[in-house]
Design a protein around this ligand. Structure first.
Ligand code: PPS
Length: 602
């Protein structure tokens, strides 16, 4: 390993910073070649991996792991040459794509828009035991672990190994001035004359506690601070990186004359806890850091299926410590930081005396406060950061929401949906879009029939449109049979990524719907003239846990609308009617208690 690294910063892992980008003079020819090759369209995680393989963030890797390296990483956390490397970086593809490929083939790796980014020269092709990989890397087979879930549910069954030739780096249009590869970041750090740099990894917004922690780390080590947040793939449900980066930019202004730099890392995290902490340290070493902060539950995946933590809170620190000598980057371990009210400052939890008032706010509590429009205390974060978070998580009465009616044909869905739409428009608080089953089938889903496949397509199209409406703060009112439970579940998941979802089961029984037979369809279905009719010759799977249930035998459309509006007010999605509509009252009005999820209207 070379002793000298000329920029004066910590040398990269393995002594050399990899650069797999082809010289500019060769790129046009490679583009022409790539257009003729079999092409693999990279998913988000693979795209992130490719970027760090090409620019040296994953030095000493020269490409996706070969089978020998892969097996060695799994069994020993080392490459076959003995160098520490705890995370398998593999290219998983489908059987279809792998069919017909041979060692030595060249494969074009493309971004989702079809742009050729790199050529992989295939050296290995194998079918891994993904369950074994889950056990060895994550110490778990539980798919509530995002790293395990990717392996067992999303990844392709064939791995391709080989070296890379980069044609063009993945394109980013956001925060370009904050995106540096390892070579460029090293140049900037060296230009500032910093030789010791302590890196801070995060996938969350940063608040006062985090600033204090970085300050203390800098004081302890005499190093400059590198805030190096992950902006690739993080844990599902995390705050989007656009919001986070704006928060980090505010935070930067709150340092006072300290040496600090912000740079974004396009890493796809695996939430692998201890092994991931080791990997993060190696990556930061490649970016020039001499020290790396490892806190409580570093890269933790949340709770397992039994509600327990996957890893001990300080297991990551222990593993990094155990490899301290060969890592070549020094860990700065931190315990949980708390605000000590009497002293008006943050301290490690164990430094507070038992008679002192200790304050902290968990991520869950913060999200809850944002959701309810409650105060974010000053001791916790700065007003400008709180404002960014509020903007991203508006109180419920400004959040988008989808009201998803489901029930048999003739159950009364459309009537109630229409009445609800009219009443909401009359109130004038919110913008609504009515997506009625029949209307959707004439427009969005024209040409689809009533096979299981076509019904699913229909519902998922509606869900996609509803998710977009919700994303922009509107109310989508959808009224369709939606007979299959798992499709409704998929619709819910699509919408909940963007806003609220309220499932309203119009539970009027089949006998009543058939007796009413408003469109004469039940008679036709009974006579066998309509095939696969819901309730007669095709199943309707009633929702098990809808937010609301309405049986139109017992309740008029107007009374049903009253009940739905009452629910929406109680849940905070609508402001109570007696309050004025002006914005000045918004903050006070959002503090409505949460209602139990279920309500049955009869
Ligand atoms: S689905 O299953 O959710 O995609 O159905 P949806 O889009 O709501 O369409 C249901 C309306 O189509 C008419 N129709 C049928 N319904 C059920 N099964 C079959 N085979 C069928 N063929 C036509 C029926 O009028 C439904 O309207 P509503 O308003 O529900 O009565």
């Amino acid at each position: 390993m070379p002793e000298q690294w000329t920029d004066g910063l910590n040398p990269p892992h393995g002594g050399q910073l990899v650069n797999r980008m082809a010289p500019a003079s060769e790129q046009a020819a490679l583009q022409r070649e790539a257009a003729t090759l079999p092409g693999w369209s990279l998913n988000h995680r693979q795209l992130c991996d490719l970027e760090l393989l090409l620019n040296g963030g994953f030095s000493p890797l020269q490409g996706f792991l070969t089978q020998t390296d892969y097996e060695s990483v799994l069994s020993d956390m080392r490459l076959a040459n003995g160098l520490l490397w705890p995370m398998p970086i593999t290219l998983d593809v489908s059987e279809d794509f792998a069919r017909g490929l041979n060692v030595g083939d060249r494969i074009a790796l493309r971004d989702p828009q079809g742009l050729n980014l790199a050529i992989l020269t295939l050296s290995d092709l194998w079918r891994p035991d993904r369950l074994l990989e889950a056990r060895q890397v994550f110490d778990s087979e539980d798919p509530t672990h995002p790293g395990v879930a990717y392996l067992l549910e999303d990844s392709g069954p064939v791995y391709l190994g080989g070296t890379l030739t980069g044609i063009q780096a993945p394109v980013h249009h956001d925060f370009q001035a904050l995106r540096q590869g390892p070579a460029e970041l090293r140049r900037l750090l060296a230009e500032q004359g910093w030789q010791k740099v302590v890196a801070f990894q995060t996938r969350n917004p940063m608040h006062r506690a985090h600033q204090e922690l970085t300050r203390q780390a800098a004081r302890q080590t005499g190093a400059a601070i590198l805030i190096h947040p992950v902006v690739g793939q993080t844990r599902p449900g995390d705050i989007d990186h656009y919001t986070r980066v704006r928060c980090y930019q505010h935070l930067l202004q709150r340092y006072q004359g300290e040496s600090v730099r912000l740079s974004l890392l396009p890493l796809a995290m695996r939430m692998g806890g201890p092994a991931e902490a080791l990997w993060h340290a190696i990556i930061r070493k490649n970016f020039g850091a001499s020290h790396f902060i490892v806190g409580r539950d570093h890269a933790g995946p949340g709770k397992n299926a039994l509600g327990e933590d996957f890893y001990g809170p300080y297991e990551a620190q222990e593993l990094v410590k155990a490899h301290a000598d060969e890592l070549g980057i020094e860990m700065v371990p931190f315990r949980k930081m708390v605000y000590v009210a009497q002293r008006g400052r943050y301290l490690p939890a164990e430094a507070a005396r038992s008679d002192e008032t200790v304050l902290s706010l968990s991520g869950t509590e913060l999200r809850q406060r944002l959701k309810q429009g409650e105060e974010i205390p000053d001791w916790f974060t700065w007003p400008e950061v709180a404002a960014e978070l509020r903007h991203r998580h508006p109180p419920r009465h400004r959040q988008g929401i989808t009201l998803f009616f489901t029930g048999l044909s003739g159950s009364g869905k459309s009537t109630i949906a229409e009445a609800l739409n009219a009443r909401l428009l009359e109130q004038g608080q919110r913008r609504t879009t009515l997506l009625d089953g029949d209307v959707v089938r004439r427009n969005l889903s024209e040409g689809l029939g009533f096979s299981r496949e076509d019904r699913d397509r229909n519902i998922l199209r509606i869900a996609w449109v509803a998710s977009q409406i919700s994303r922009h703060g509107g109310i989508a009112i959808c009224a369709q049979i939606a007979p299959y439970a798992d499709t409704r579940q998929r619709a819910r998941a699509m919408v909940e990524a963007e806003g609220g979802f309220v499932e309203i089961h119009v539970s009027t029984p089949l006998a009543t719907c058939e007796q009413r037979d408003r469109k004469g369809l039940y008679a036709l279905a009974r006579a066998g003239k309509i095939k696969g009719f819901t309730g007669i010759s095709d199943p309707y799977e009633p929702p098990k846990d809808p937010e609301l249930t309405i049986d139109t035998r017992d309740v008029s459309p107007d009374a049903a609308v009253d009940q739905i509006i009452h629910y929406l007010e109680q849940a905070g999605y609508l402001r109570p009617r007696h309050l004025p509509r002006d914005a000045a009252n918004e903050e006070a009005e959002t503090r409505v208690p949460l209602l139990d999820r279920q309500l049955t209207v009869r």
